[in-house]
Design a protein around this ligand. Structure first.
Ligand code: HEC
Length: 205
């Protein structure tokens, strides 16, 4: 059949092929199709920029909201610790509080592992084992703080107080206090004197 189907009255252009009488228009893809295509490209770029590349993603994104909630909980737990101090009682209390230890460990992981090793077992000629029951430079938790704050003159153990600030120094000390007696595998042999028991903590008020 070869009636003139060329003229649909809408300016459609028929292509030349003819398969069993089935013919095909050579029309451009419709405007709405372009709109959706370009729309998704633009959406993807904006989404990537906002949720993956900008800090706004942390606030608006689903994960961001969970993270914010977790951050808030951690901040609240940390706030409960109250004012941080470096006396024996304060350090002993902090040394069993998760909110203090996680921050103390973070400080340790950044500043101290280079010499004392990731698990604080020490490294030959670099840093002592902090997980045994011996110490060269301190006898009590406050002494741990002082060693970290003021360093050990003439050794690689530099004073940290000026660099880290008092709060981070206290948290690092609390973390080190918590490591005593954990005796990690493969740690350096003990040096210094056997440590006396930590002083008994005063009752919490
Ligand atoms: C550049 C290497 C180095 C770094 C980094 C370092 N230390 Fe030390 N640290 C040492 C050395 C060496 C000693 C041993 C000093 C001595 O011979 O008395 C030591 C000793 C100590 C002691 C006393 C141990 C004892 O038995 O008396 C403590 C506690 C300690 N470091 C904690 C820390 C903390 C916490 C950090 C991170 C803030 C840190 N150190 C970072 C090298 C280092």
């Amino acid at each position: 059949m070869s009636t003139d189907t060329n003229n649909t009255g809408r300016g459609d252009k028929l292509m030349s092929h003819d398969y069993d009488g089935i013919r095909e228009y050579d029309n451009p893809t419709p405007g709405w199709w372009h709109a959706i295509f370009l729309g998704s490209v633009v959406f993807a770029i904006v989404y990537w920029a906002v949720f993956h590349m900008s800090p706004l993603g942390d606030r608006w994104g689903v994960h961001g909201r969970y993270k914010t909630a977790a951050d808030n909980a951690a901040a609240a737990a940390f706030a409960q610790l109250g004012t941080l101090a470096e006396d024996n009682d304060s350090l002993l209390r902090l040394s069993v509080k998760e909110a203090a230890l996680s921050k103390g460990k973070a400080v340790f992981d950044t500043r101290c592992v280079a010499c004392h090793r990731g698990d604080a077992g020490g490294m030959p000629a670099l840093g002592l084992n902090l997980t045994d029951d011996f110490a060269k430079n301190f006898k009590d938790p406050n002494g741990v703080y002082n060693t970290i704050a003021n360093g050990v003159t003439g050794t690689a153990m530099v004073p940290w107080l000026a660099q880290m600030g008092r709060e981070d120094t206290i948290l690092a000390a609390a973390y080190v206090v918590s490591l005593r007696g954990t005796n990690v595998a493969g740690g350096l042999p003990p040096e210094g004197e056997p440590l006396p028991e930590w002083p008994a903590p005063a009752p919490e008020n």
